[in-house]
Design a binder for this molecule. Structure first.
Ligand code: SF4
Length: 453
């Protein structure tokens, strides 16, 4: 149940005592003057039950505390302490000196509630909208976009741990809600393997390859027993966790020649495979050719002149930066922002992104995407071809010029062909093309990016 924050002035209020102490240009004073009035309990009303449960801590206070927590890079417990003992934080939040406003767990609960109610951008949008109203951001101001990786807060499990954790996640709710099924499983498998303490372990000592293999067979048999004994359980949450376990088994395991279970080679596993039952949306991504990470990628857009972040869109770690580029820009339309131009790197240079942004009144300025499709690997990249914007011709590395082209309207690109009469006799054809018949080279280009050739 929502409880509105009532504030009655008291001798112990931090503002009475700190008015002289906090400098005029202090971040905390500005936060209190500008950000605090933008956040009201009423805006979060829909996240709370109207007439049931204990009165909640003021959501506006928790929203402000969350912003300050991230600004100072504090953990939930550190933020709880700061709210009690840090005079600047108390001043910014309008707390009295003797006030202990909330337990650290309230911050986590509040974040969860924001996500569950689709309000995770509420605070961000309110502040952004205020900046636009104040004229600090021009509605068509040029923006730049780039992606950064976000590492998931999970330990990277081994294959055995991954299966064990998935079983543990099913057994947890089963124990309380479906005692019969739980008892049947307990009679088939060793439950001491699936306690909170032992679920991350593969047994005592450092396991050698043979021991690991035996353990894997053992836990897979346990997984099958769990799936079998819970067939009649209709609970949505448990069904979801069972699907996750099935998916992990299918994506990672196969049978060897003797019919024994074994882990698939890395290259045989699907690219979009699940990496953790604790954080099922996290994926394995790459920071560079050699550095991998598990987690997410976030596309961040910011204004070039005023340097305010205008949107952040998060996607799984294995997605290409350009995948949510259009979404990152056009979502801002709701606040009235339509950047005249968006600047990005090569990942944003695809024709389709350019076309979609153009339809929304924005122009993508990015180097032409030279990422080649898998079947075109090991051939000359597009950057080795020269485009003549005036003559609308394309010249290949061997100096052959072609006008033969057609427009792909779906992607908003032009595709150039080099004829067989030239390519057929070419000395470097094997380096230039691997098209099925090896007859000619095709190159797609976006004419707006002609300067990039
Ligand atoms: S194969 Fe054709 S397009 Fe490629 S370099 Fe040779 S002539 Fe030019």
């Amino acid at each position: 149940m929502l409880k509105y924050r009532e504030h009655q002035g008291s001798f112990y209020d931090a503002d009475y005592i700190c008015e002289q102490l906090i400098p005029q240009d202090s971040f905390y004073r500005k936060f209190r003057e500008i950000v605090a009035p933008l956040l009201k309990d009423k805006q979060f009303e829909s996240m709370y039950c109207k007439d049931n449960g204990r009165p909640a801590i003021s959501p506006a206070l928790l929203a402000m505390a969350t912003i300050l927590q991230f600004h100072k890079d504090l953990s939930d417990r550190e933020m709880e302490q700061a709210c009690m003992y840090d005079i600047q934080i108390k001043y910014a939040l309008g707390l009295s000196l003797d006030e202990r406003p909330f337990d650290h767990s309230s911050l986590g609960d509040f974040r969860k509630r924001l996500l569950e109610n689709g309000k995770e951008k509420e605070i961000f949008d309110r502040i952004l909208s205020h900046l636009i109203k104040q004229g600090l951001i021009e509605k068509n101001e040029i923006q730049r976009i780039d992606a950064t990786h976000v590492i998931a807060d999970i330990a990277v499990p081994t294959m055995v741990q991954l299966v064990k954790k998935s079983i543990f996640e099913i057994l947890k709710p089963l124990k309380g809600r479906y005692k019969d099924a739980y008892e049947r499983i307990a009679s088939e498998i060793d439950m001491t393997e699936y306690t909170r303490e032992s679920v991350n372990s593969e047994g005592p000592g450092r396991p050698d390859a043979e021991k690991k293999k035996r353990k894997l067979v053992e836990v897979v048999n346990d997984a099958r027993a769990v799936l079998r004994q819970t067939r009649a359980v209709g609970d949505k949450d448990i069904r979801k966790k069972k699907d996750m376990l099935r998916r992990i088994l299918q994506e990672n395991l196969e049978k060897d020649q003797d019919g024994e279970v074994k882990e698939k080679q890395h290259q045989e596993k699907p690219k979009d495979m699940l990496v953790s039952p604790i954080d099922p949306d996290a994926r394995c991504g790459r920071k560079s050719k050699t550095k991998k990470f598990i987690g997410y990628r976030a596309n961040v857009a910011e204004t070039v002149e005023s340097r305010f972040i205008t949107n952040i869109v998060v996607m799984p770690g294995n997605r290409n930066d350009g995948k949510t580029a259009v979404e990152t820009i056009i979502e801002q339309k709701g606040l009235g922002l339509i950047p005249a131009k968006v600047i990005g790197d090569t990942a944003y240079g695809e024709g389709l992104i350019r076309k979609q942004l153009k339809e929304h009144g924005s122009e993508m300025i990015a180097p032409l995407c030279t990422i080649r499709s898998p079947h075109a690997r090991l051939v000359y990249p597009k950057s080795m071809f020269k485009y003549d914007e005036k003559k609308k011709t394309l010249t290949c590395p061997q100096g052959v010029t072609t006008r033969e082209s057609f427009r792909d309207y779906q992607k908003d690109i032009t595709i150039y062909h080099f004829p067989l009469s030239n390519c057929g006799k070419c000395q470097v054809r094997s380096k230039c093309t691997n098209s099925a018949d090896g007859s000619f080279q095709t190159v797609s280009c976006n004419e707006q990016s002609s300067s990039l050739y």
